[in-house]
Design a protein around this ligand. Structure first.
Ligand code: ASP
Length: 588
């Protein structure tokens, strides 16, 4: 018998060829003496014909028994379709296979949904029957792309001398700041392993081991509240280098991102533009700006000063700011739309939203009466407002003003159709603050993790003005998504101890949690730095998927359940006993 033929690869040039197909039955059209089956395998789909005039009667009889998702073996001959019968939508649409035999390799029950790209099945059903969902060609393609992306990333890094090293899954708490998944130890009763939130400390240790360049496509675990774009376990392209400059990290990452996105036909233009954190906030209100469109924010604080307008006075008096967003041609926004935008600004923490419009040579604004003619003109001029424009203004704490205007900027871009969906605008954001301050406790916390290095010129202010210290940290961003973040690390024990002190981590606590790292720093640690990028996110963007779940083979729902295996699940009482754990108390 001829070897198996890939169904999706048959073309007109194969006409006359005897073939053996093995695959799943898709659609069946039964016209009595003439039966059409579509046969699907990983390569695609082809039509098989069972024709009373051309095929043995047993083959036609077998085909009449065939149902969707049966696994079949079909022998036949490739035949050109008649002119009117060709299907331009299908790569194999110029031919069909006239069958002479069909055998069933496995039968299928009626599937809960039709295995086709267009599906009405709910995501719950798709996740419960994930094996059927993954048979859908569009889903399969996502994994073909994911494989290609991971392969290209590995290739670029391997060629540049990065060593792929696996780090432990059973470890102790790592410093990313999320909640850990804990695994009880059977042998050491009462003690726990933690699943790694990232390989952070291990990759730093590998630099101290002299490996110089490490990478890993690493699984990470964070027990955080799930959102559409978050999973408990996710995959990072994790890397670390010894003696690097920021430039060398950027160069490496850009090199593999260009290759990775090219796998999906997406051109990433190098070098990626750079913005400091401050520039990104001032201009776009966010540290992950969408650079597919301009719409920059403006600072109206100087123009708003001395206006006597209560919201401006309050914000400026309290150390806040007055910021604006000029929406070119936005004078046509309806009152309803402006109310919605106000609501949006509030959702993002702003106390309110003020608008001003220029239309027909007139200015309209709810604040028109409260502001002098001159102040109004000054504000419009500071915002660069022209005839037909809208100016959205937020007076608040800086963080609230930026967050609200960033959200409004995205809304306005959508509304004005400024977002070119075919564009991928990459950038680096640099010079993040090293530390953030918890408003309620007054406690400093690391913006990334406590091993991030401060900029040399700011180190002196670590104790006196911690909030002003910039980190040697960077993020890589595309179209408003953060793809990854990293930093040049602290490689000197004394500096590490100072940062711990500012963070309120006592010597004992530092020793208890990260003692092995502190110890390793004593034996000659090279300067080092690295980055981690979300592979799931990269694949979702490259595949044009709306959810990370579409590029993860067996994802969990937003409530953390695997609907196929039904994890998390009960375990046998004996298993708990072995681990020295009490059975959970259930409510009666
Ligand atoms: N470990 C960091 C993270 O997972 C990335 C890095 O600093 O390299 O966010």
């Amino acid at each position: 018998m001829s070897p198996r033929q890939k169904a999706g690869e048959l073309r007109a040039a194969d006409a006359g060829k005897a073939v053996l197909l093995k695959g799943w039955v898709g659609r069946r059209r039964d016209l009595g003496e003439l039966i059409f089956l579509s046969v699907r395998d990983r390569s695609g789909l082809v039509q098989a014909v069972f024709d009373g005039a051309r095929c043995p009667a047993e083959a036609v009889a077998a085909a009449s028994e065939a149902r969707s998702e049966d696994v079949v073996e079909i022998e036949g001959e490739v035949v050109l379709r008649g002119e009117g019968q060709r299907n331009k939508e299908l790569p194999t649409g110029e031919i069909e296979v006239v069958a002479k035999r069909l055998s069933f390799l496995a039968r299928s029950e009626t599937p809960p949904f039709v295995v086709e790209d267009r599906t009405n099945a709910t995501e719950e059903l798709r996740l419960e029957y994930r094996y059927l969902d993954l048979r859908r060609p569009a889903m399969l393609q996502n994994f073909v792309l994911r494989d290609e992306i991971a392969f290209r990333v590995r290739k670029v890094l391997h060629e540049r001398g990065f060593l792929e090293v696996e780090t432990p899954m059973l470890t102790r708490s790592t410093p990313e700041g999320a909640r850990d998944f804990l695994v009880p130890s059977r042998v050491h009763r009462g003690k726990f392993y933690a699943l790694p939130q990232s390989p952070q400390l291990f990759k730093q240790i590998l630099m101290m081991s002299g490996f110089e360049k490490y990478f890993q496509i690493a699984r990470c675990f964070r027990d955080e509240d799930l959102r559409a774009d978050r999973q408990f376990e996710f995959t990072q392209i994790d890397l670390e280098m010894s003696f690097p400059t920021e430039e060398e990290v950027f160069e490496t990452v850009e090199a593999f991102l260009v290759e990775a996105f090219a796998a999906a036909g997406i051109a990433a233009v190098r070098p990626f533009p750079r913005l400091t954190f401050r520039e990104a906030m001032e201009k776009y209100g966010t540290d992950r700006p969408d650079l597919r469109y301009a719409l920059p924010l403006c600072d109206l604080s100087a123009a708003a000063a001395g206006s006597g307008f209560a919201p401006f006075e309050k914000a400026l008096g309290g150390g806040g700011t007055v910021r604006g967003l000029r929406v070119p041609g936005g004078a046509g926004f309806s009152r309803k739309r402006l109310d919605e935008l106000t609501e949006k600004a509030r959702e993002h923490g702003a106390a309110g939203l003020l608008w001003m419009k220029r239309a027909g040579g007139e200015t309209s604004s709810p604040a028109k009466k409260a502001l002098s003619e001159a102040k109004l003109s000054e504000l419009l001029a500071a915002g660069g407002v022209e005839e037909g424009d809208l100016l959205l203004v937020v007076a608040d704490r800086e963080s609230a003003a930026f967050a609200a205007l960033a959200a409004l900027r995205a809304e306005a871009a959508r509304e004005l159709k400024l977002v070119d969906q075919s564009k991928y605008a990459f950038c680096w954001v640099t010079e993040f603050p090293l530390l953030g301050k918890d408003e309620t406790t007054g406690q400093w916390f690391p913006m990334n993790h406590p091993f991030t290095g401060p900029r040399e010129e700011d180190v002196d202010r670590l104790e006196s003005d911690p909030g002003s210290v910039r980190a040697r940290a960077y993020d890589v961003v595309v179209n408003g998504w953060e793809l990854g973040s990293g930093s040049i690390r602290i490689h000197r024990g004394d500096l590490q101890q100072r940062v711990f002190r500012v963070l309120g981590i006592s010597a004992e606590e530092g020793h208890e949690r990260f003692g092995f790292l502190l110890e390793a720093l004593k034996y000659g640690a090279p300067p080092h730095g690295g980055i981690a990028l979300g592979l799931d996110r990269i694949c979702a963007i490259a595949a044009g998927a709306t959810s990370l779940r579409d590029v993860i083979a067996f994802p969990k729902t937003t409530s953390g359940i695997d609907l196929m295996t039904k994890a998390p699940a009960d375990v046998l009482p004996g298993q708990l006993g072995e681990l020295g754990l009490d059975p959970p108390r259930r409510s009666p």
